[in-house]
Design a protein around this ligand. Sequence first.
Ligand code: DX5
Ligand code: ZN
Length: 228
Amino acid sequence: MTWPVKKWTFQDRIIAPSLLAADFGRVAEESSRAINAGADWMHLDVMDGNFVDNISFGPALIQAVHETNDVFLDVHLMIARPDHYLPRFVAAGADMITVHVEPEAQHDVSKTLAAIRAAGCQAGLALNPATPFEAVVPFLADIDMLLVMTVVPGFGGQSFIQEMMAKVQAGVKHRSSNSLSYHIQVDGGIGTHTAALAAKAGANVLVAGSSTFGAADMKAAITAIRDA
Ligand code: DX5
Ligand code: ZN
C-alpha cells in the first residue's frame, strides 16, 4: 500500500466519489478524471451478491486504480466474509477498509477491525439504515471512521434517507464525550442539497457517486458538494 502523504482528520471535509457510478469500460481514466476534478479520496464499493443484492468488483480492479493514481483508496466492503477477503484488499492497495456491523456480515467485528489496523490500514465500521446506532457503540474506540449509510446498500442512484442524520449526530456526540477522533462518513444519495444536511449534522466524509461521475461538469459538482 501507499502511505497517504496527507494525514486526514475529522476536521477536514473530504469528498469521495464512488467509482460504482463510473464508466466501467475505462475505470483507470475515470479515477484520474475524478482526481483532476478535485476528489480527495476514491470510494470503492465492493459487493458480493450475498451481503447485498448486487455484484460490483473486487481486488483486481482496486489494484488497477492503485497503480494508476496515488489517491487515498477508501474501500467499502459489502460482503458476507470481510475477514476472509481482507488480505487481498490490503494487497490491492487499500488505505481505509470499512466493514459492516450487521450479523449478515459473518465475522467477529472486533477481530476484523484489529486485523485491518494490524495490516497497516485504517479501519472503518458501517451501519445500514435499519441498524440502530447502539450496534456500533462497542467498537467506536477502535475505528478510524464510522460510515452511516444513508441508503440501503447495493445500488447507486437512490434517495438520501434524512432520518439517518440522527445517527451522525449521535456519532459526533459520542466522539466528543469520549475524546475520540474517528471520521464520520455518509454514503448514498449525496448531492449539493443533501451534502449540506449531512455536513450540518457533523459528517465530514461525503461519498457521492451519481452526482459526481454522472455530472456534466464533474469539477463543478465536486466543488458544489465541498462548499455545501
Ligand atoms: C451503495 C454504495 C454507495 C453508492 C452511492 O451501496 O455504498 O457508495 O455508490 O451512490 P450514489 O451517490 O449514486 O447514491
Ligand atoms: Zn459505499
